[in-house]
Ligand binder design. Sequence first.
Ligand code: IPE
Ligand code: IPE
Ligand code: MG
Length: 249
Amino acid sequence: MITMSFKQQIQPDCLPRHIAIIMDGNGRWAKRQGLARMFGHRQGVETVHTITEAAAELGIEYMTLYAFSLENWSRPKEEVDALMTLLVDTIVKETPTLMKNNVRLMTIGDLDLLPNATRAKFAACLEQTSSNTGLNLVLALSYSSRWELTQMARHLAQKVLQGQLTIEQISEQTISEHLTTAGIPDPDLLIRTSGELRISNFLLWQLAYAELYFTPCLWPDFTSEEFYHAIVDYQHRERRFGKTSEQIL
Ligand code: IPE
Ligand code: IPE
Ligand code: MG
């Protein structure tokens, strides 16, 4: 029997509109080979390149990558500094590929905390790719969901105080519109690599009805075939949104 690759098993008419990924396991990947953690982060960038190309080629509309959490600022200073340098180098190096693949870059997170040089490079890339119409690649940088929800609460409270909004007008939609992901559909599929079974403060509101896919594979080892596997797995799920199975059919 000839086995089909996962790519061949993907049904193109029911792709997830939005895939969110917690890219985890770079440090362990490096440690396993007796290397410093940064080698893992560098290899992880190669995976970002591969998976972005795969997602763009498939016609995925949105992909959000958790690149650096607000909590990650508390890592050793040498690792944080090296990661910021790697981010800048990567964005400069990858912008032509984003242009070639018609990818629009977006960011979410507390970007004010980023070093000026990093922020400036991102701003340039956001601007350059802003008219691209293919995959929307959302990088979560200095991001925390609780931070985002707190900002949203403050923003809404201020609007009520200033008379621009009544309490009764606050709805689920108003809340979504005041998050950093405003205008972006909620993720359909969340992938986390490295075997950890947690959300780590990522998109808590937006993941309400996402299908979860966990793999022990470390992020630097994650291949496009693994990515297609996650999509095929997603396509075999029944998304009921609280209804019964009979109501869905
Ligand atoms: C994920 O890999 C990348 C970032 C959080 C920046 P880790 O650095 O968390 O790798 P592990 O979890 O220590 O293996
Ligand atoms: C989550 O990974 C954040 C990113 C992938 C950027 P962590 O490695 O920081 O998560 P925890 O600390 O294991 O929950
Ligand atoms: Mg980790």
